[in-house]
Design a protein around this ligand. Sequence first.
Ligand code: CO
Length: 133
Amino acid sequence: MKIEHLGIAVANLEESIKVYETLLGTPCYKKEEVASEKVMTAFFKTGESKVELLGATSPDSVIATYIEKKGEGLHHVAFEVDDIKAEMQRLKDAGFRLLMDEPKKGADNKIIAFLHPKSCNGVLVELCQAIKE
Ligand code: CO
């Protein structure tokens, strides 16, 4: 599986966009709100992968809660799959705990599903599949 992106939780999205534009030497190519999660995302291309910055849009956002508990930093690792439902089933059968039964719409034209960090040695893992246009 290719690492599609790394998700990084940030306290101030606009400030962090500047930091990552300088770090990666490339502009943010997309900002997109995921209203269901109360999160604003900002994407950067780097090599074959991407970086996704995640900022809370509300104090009760999952990202606000995360930063309160753990501080800013690496939030999840996203692997690209061709058939997300098949992968979810395969991993479920292998004993992994999924955080959802059905894939849901994520940012950047993807459907996504998360695996519980307890199943992945402390890492929140996202599976993502590109939505065909
Ligand atoms: Co992600």
